[in-house]
Design a protein around this ligand. Structure first.
Ligand SMILES: Cc1ncc(COP(=O)(O)O)c(C=O)c1O
Length: 503
């Protein structure tokens, strides 16, 4: 027990064999009754391998509802507004008129994921499913506690609900109204299942405090995305290959995949970079908010790039595999949202910049952190002087719909209540005119050590992780050795489905 805050020591959910047969059998009984079949990691990596009957049946299922069949949509190959499996994950290639660089900047759209229109539902599934099949989570006993600054908590509540397991969301009170509206509709009892902690985006310490309090009850299982290796493994083994497919598609076998860029919250998504570095030698760039420069200078602060930048270094961040850090102001992301989502801004982009109206419309699928990723990717391409055969890949975690209520307040505070064509022009020039304005840091071994060591204070000092595990994460072989767990989980999932009679 940690004497500082009496938190129970961290438990890494890395079991990959059956731990508790009784708990597993309780899940089997419940899942059989509710008709819940679990997809394997391998099916989510390559949905063309999903039983065609299951895929056909999905045509009868609204992707926004609590139906267990929607588990078979927890992958990158959904189509926007259409059924079926997209051979290549849906994405956008940012044209040179917009990026100002020759390299191809490519974003995969996360809002194709079901239920929460953000890819964090994949991380939530990857954390709960292994617990169910190893019997470390018993839905007849446990409650799943999902701490996050928003989308992962929503993903967790959705996954819990369709897996007949009670879920609670713990998130800062200052997150977007859209997130709370969603949680009100999805939690079993909003009054007790939504726990609002003080602060906004970067107040993760307050979330941890609430989790410490909740974990005094042994029936509450905190599924903390910041130290859940299911989150890391899902992105390394599912998001990574999805990126690879899109890269092959856009480059036609000719280009070079130079980097994977991800603004880090839990640092789950950035694990796709570990796959892409293995396959193509791509560099890995982590982005954070300039107002909260934790990786850049061990700094802290408030910002509005919802979903990222949490004043600490997540345990699942493979820091020694990260090559560059970028720092992007939330003024950039706030104002690009207004530029691309307001009628005046869109007219400017089409009429004055000459952007294709279809492209402008497709950028409705970009939320704040998506703009952060895009601007960081452009800054990276500029930093390395990349050319037309080079590709930089990143992700649009969620879409603008998640931030509609925030737009007018930004127009009021930043543009005097009205966003004019002159504002559109100055916004475009300020935030897309010169990619060299963003601060970036090339990480050498010393800088990597500085960032890595910062994690010590959270994970070892405050949360009681054993120091050997903490230190072992310096070694890339430690991370590579995690990957076979996914196959072991898949075997348990197949066995589980057979036991429910749905396999
Ligand atoms: C909108 C948004 N962007 C980015 C992220 C960061 O992703 P990750 O936690 O995988 O680092 C999150 C995480 O919740 C998010 O909700």
């Amino acid at each position: 027990m940690n004497t500082l805050n009496e938190a129970p020591p961290i438990r890494l959910a890395l079991e990959s064999e059956l731990v508790d047969g009784t708990a597993r059998d309780n899940s089997v009984a419940r899942f059989r009754e509710a008709g819940i079949r679990l997809p394997t990691f391998s099916e989510l990596r390559d949905p063309s391998t999903i039983d065609p009957e299951i895929v056909a049946d999905l045509e009868n299922v609204d992707r926004g509802i609590a139906d267990p069949r929607n588990l078979y949509r927890v992958h990158w190959h959904n189509r926007w507004g259409a059924d079926g499996i997209a051979e290549v994950p849906e994405h956008v290639v940012i044209p040179q008129e917009l990026s100002g660089v020759d390299a191809k900047i490519v974003l995969l759209f996360g809002d194709r994921f079901p239920m929460i229109t953000a890819h964090k539902v994949l991380a939530a599934y990857a954390c709960l499913a292994p617990r169910i099949v190893t019997g470390t989570f018993d839905p007849t006993v446990h409650r799943a506690i999902w701490p996050s600054t928003g989308n992962y908590a929503r993903g967790g509540v959705a996954i819990s609900r369709i897996m007949q397991s009670h879920g609670l969301a713990v998130l800062p009170a200052g997150m977007s109204q859209e997130r709370f509206d969603w949680l009100n509709a999805w939690t079993l009892d909003p009054a007790s299942d939504i726990i609002r902690t003080p602060g906004t985006e970067s107040n993760v310490k307050e979330i941890y405090d609430a989790c410490t309090e909740l974990s005094r009850d042994p029936n509450n299982m905190v599924i903390n995305q910041f130290c859940e290796f299911g989150n890391y493994l899902a992105h390394r083994t599912i998001t990574g290959p999805a990126m690879e497919k899109v890269f092959e598609h856009v480059s036609g076998g000719q280009g070079h995949l130079r980097a994977f860029v991800s603004a880090t919250g839990s640092a789950g998504t950035i694990a796709a970079g570990d796959h892409l570095k293995d396959r193509f030698g791509a560099e890995i760039m982590a982005a954070e908010a300039m107002q909260c420069p934790t990786m850049l200078e061990n700094g802290f602060g408030e910002h509005n790039i919802q979903g990222i930048g949490d004043k600490h270094i997540p345990l699942i961040h493979n820091v020694f595999n990260t090559d560059v850090v970028a720092s992007i102001s939330d003024q950039v992301t706030n104002q690009l949202d207004v530029l691309f989502q307001s009628p005046v801004g869109r007219a400017y982009l089409i009429d004055n910049i000459g952007l294709d109206p279809e492209l402008v419309s497709s950028l409705q699928h970009m939320g704040y952190s998506s703009w952060c990723n895009m601007v960081s990717a452009i800054a990276y391409a500029n930093l390395r002087g990349l050319g037309p055969d080079d590709v930089v890949m990143t992700v649009a975690t969620d879409g603008s719909a998640m931030y509609d209520s925030g737009r007018q307040p930004i127009i009021d505070s930043d543009f005097g209540g009205e966003f004019t064509t002159a504002d559109a022009e100055s916004t475009f020039v300020a935030h897309l005119g010169d990619p060299s304005v963003h601060t970036m840091l090339d990480l050498d071994d010393r800088e990597r050590r500085r960032i890595f060591n910062l994690g010590y204070f959270t994970w070892v000092e405050q949360l009681d992780l054993d120091v050997d595990t903490f230190v072992a994460r310096r070694d890339q072989a430690w991370w590579d050795d995690l990957v076979p767990k996914v196959d072991a989980w898949d075997e348990l999932i197949v066995d589980f489905n057979q036991r429910t009679g749905l396999g």
